[in-house]
Write a protein that binds this ligand. Sequence first.
Ligand code: AMP
Ligand code: MG
Length: 414
Amino acid sequence: MIDACSLESRPLMSINDALDRIEAAIHPVSGAEKLALKNALGRVLAEPVYSPVNIPHDRNAAMDGYAFASRDVVEGQAFTLNLAGTSWAGRPFQGRMQPGQCVRIFTGAVVPEQDDSVVMQEHVQVRDQAIHFPADTRALQNIRKVGEDVKQGDVLCVHPKKLTAVDLGLLASAGIDEVAVKRRLKIAYFSTGDELSSVGKPLESGKIYDSNRMLLGGLLEDPCYSVADLGVVPDNRQLLEDRFIEASKNYDVIITTGGASVGEADYVKEILQRCGEVNFWKIAIKPGKPLAFGKIGSCHFFGLPGNPVAVVVTCQQIVVPALRRLSGAPSFKALRFSATCTTALRKSAGRREYQRGILSQDENGEFWVASAGRQGSNILSSMSQSNCYIILPEACNDVQAGDKVTVEPFSLLI
Ligand code: AMP
Ligand code: MG
């Protein structure tokens, strides 16, 4: 499609085509390591995990009450049983039950072998050792069967899977204390630009503080990644080339920001071409058009734009799905849905736009979204105040207040 705004002479690649090309170019890493279960949160399983045990391991009570054998009672008639003892959670009843007896039992406690029924304590009357069960007592209830959650040999967690807190709990319930996970990705990032100054120093005239490395450090926070901040590299062909080559030998992925456009000092794509290969450069999105993707040796390379908002958009929409694939995790789709836009939005046909919005839900469950304000790719303040993208398709023009738009929340909390 043609980018009407920038008078681009050649049609730009759509983001979907770019994502397809990335998927074809990136294959999951093969290395794995063993980890203690408690250190495996967020890591990608390298193999399926089977249960060595039944869960539950024993027949146990689903509530606090009294356990009895249904053969001792006549359905539809009240009955009385003598208390033989107690089965506590963790301390089973040790005796042998005789006909006409029941046991006091607590949730999770082992049900004595002879018993097949548990009745809630609220349903019975207790007189010393005699327990009276009413006529509407139902037998064969409230017992959790051996293996009713997971059977021995069943798959507990399929692979590939990025382990959640629930997965860790499930694996622990089967007594598993170690898992094989994919190795961590080695990722390096650096900023390019003569104008950049690191935080912590006074700002000289003509300089700006480097926000991109701070952004990338946060956006790439993930247990699957081992991330290195390689600092700032000036707009110097030789220095850039040396840093690219050096980093490509030590990392799986290099991410740079700045210098990816068409300015006099934008060398990133040219140098990537010289020391590696460019898979594509420039895509039909806004912000984030001048993005270069390629490879140096076996190291994947993402040259992101310099403007901070474009860095966030391209990192979230393009780099993170690519890293996820490389890490071996299953692919995912960001949650997107329709909301009514309460403000007018400026848009020209050509590129897919990721405008920043403020999403809310009213008491009827309806979603409403307003523009977060100025939409320049350098305006990080409005992005900081926003909580969602308003995704406007390539062909879309201006949006009027009251139109339906697609939103993608930044988090599940709005
Ligand atoms: P460039 O693509 O290098 O021309 O950069 C585009 C714009 O982003 C310029 O205004 C740069 O000053 C700005 N920029 C580049 N890198 C950074 C950075 N690390 N932090 C903040 N702004 C940046
Ligand atoms: Mg620059």
